[in-house]
Design a binder for this molecule. Sequence first.
Ligand code: COA
Length: 539
Amino acid sequence: MTTEIIKVPDLGGADEVEVIEVCVAAGDVVAAEDSLLVLETDKASMDIPAPFAGKVLSVMVSEGDTIGEGTVILELEVEGATASAVEPAVQESAPVVDAPAPVEAAAPVAAVESASEQINVPDVGGDKAEVIEICVAVGDTVEEGDSLIVMETDKASMEVPAPKSGVVESIMIKEGDQAGEGDAILMLKVAGAAASTPAPVDMPTPAADAKQKITEPKQVSEAHQPVTGMTENRPTGEVYAGPSVRKMAREVGLDLALVPGSGPRGRIQKDDVKAFIKSAISNKAPKVAAVAGSGIPLVPEVDFSKFGDVTIEKMSKMHKLTAANMHRSWLNVPHVTAFDDVDITDLEEFRKSLKPEAERAGVKVTPLPFLLKACAMALKANPLLNASLHADGENIVYKNYVHIGFAVATPAGLMVPVIRDVDKKSIFELAAETAELAKKAKDRKLKPAEMQGGTFTISSLGSMGGTGFTPIVNVPEVAILGVSKLDVKPRWNGSEFEPRKMLPISLSYDHRAVNGADAGGFMVYLNALLADIRRMALA
Ligand code: COA
């Protein structure tokens, strides 16, 4: 182990620069090229990377310090081999790192007559660098100094700023390109005086009198050469951050526009990115969610093929839409579900007695038309369940019509056709319409209008089985009735048990709009109608 003193390199002419971010603390282990400091002049900022991997023993500079070439930054404990490769003199004459080069060849394409100028890649201190970000688009107006592209070598990233203000006419470079000095970046239409200047246009000096070239390191091997990434101080679009922060964000797929910057003039610093990620992660921790309510914890991705053979099938559009709707309802609506058993022995007897008549009318009467009719009446008697919460959060919208949707499972996914004005239709009409809409749904012939405008939904799983379930409210409706399988059960009539046909029903409701008493009132009313269908005549 050797202790190396790391000093500020040649800053390309800038005498004194401000430390705006200290990226490491004593005890940190850094890799070669990790940022140690971010320095800033009034025009440019630079990352100072670690020349070697090692452990930070002590940091001698603080945020806000004004420092210059040769100022001791920190002490680094490095592995023997690495340290021995570097003579102590190396640290004495700290690796020379100048600001990135100017965009030299902004040569006017047609001199005075034309305002178009070609902006080229400056000397990037090596052969080629990868273009990792194009910061502008054709038609964009850029200010002098706005970043045009971000380039990255394996050691540093740097932003190439516009040498002058103008409008981007065309872009000749794209992300992923390997570009070197002199390669064309874009054509810039510059305004007035600048456009009429025939001479090649030099890049603006990033630091007032900075020597803008990444020079060869004086005494360190290539591997240990720190390269200074430079970025203009002004924000690039919405984001004001240096190359190392941008790189960090890119690595984790973070949109820097979301991250509040705590640095000078709102500059986003590495600590800001770390804090943002930390907060995003901790917000998803179940402990926090349980106490305060918070974000949705992510379900980790699982490679199921590790455990056995799998078949992957694309979800249909309908399936994806249904999934999104269910998720939206589930997350937005505080659901409560009430359960009941309805004695429909008499209803069933009546329904069966209708069979010949129904056949003559060309319809099949299942329990569903009765459920629709009874729900319509119960909704009219309990209008809160036929309402929606207004988007303004201040009002409830009562609907003076009763349009009831009913869930139909089709091979393409779940569909909910809506029967309009259920309260005004007969049992036979409802039977005919449910059959017609269910067929249309299964044949994928439903029109969008036939699935819109519902005020309440019935989801009947009765023909399939089950003793009860909790349906999900079909937002923006506030209640949904689940119907399970009819079963013959013993029922006490006051003197003996008798077999009765009991239909399990469940009502899920949005507890923001409907309280337990409202839901109870609806259920009792519905139960009474279905248990004694003569009551339907009373309404
Ligand atoms: N308990 C017991 N039997 C029931 C029942 C219940 N709750 N509801 C219906 N049945 C019976 C019917 O009486 C019929 O029997 P029958 O031929 O002896 O008279 C049989 O089950 C089949 O009825 P079905 O054709 O499903 O008619 P329906 O009017 O009850 O349902 C649809 C209409 C649209 C729901 C139906 O066409 C359908 O797609 N059913 C599948 C279930 C479904 O998709 N539900 C939605 C899930 S989210």
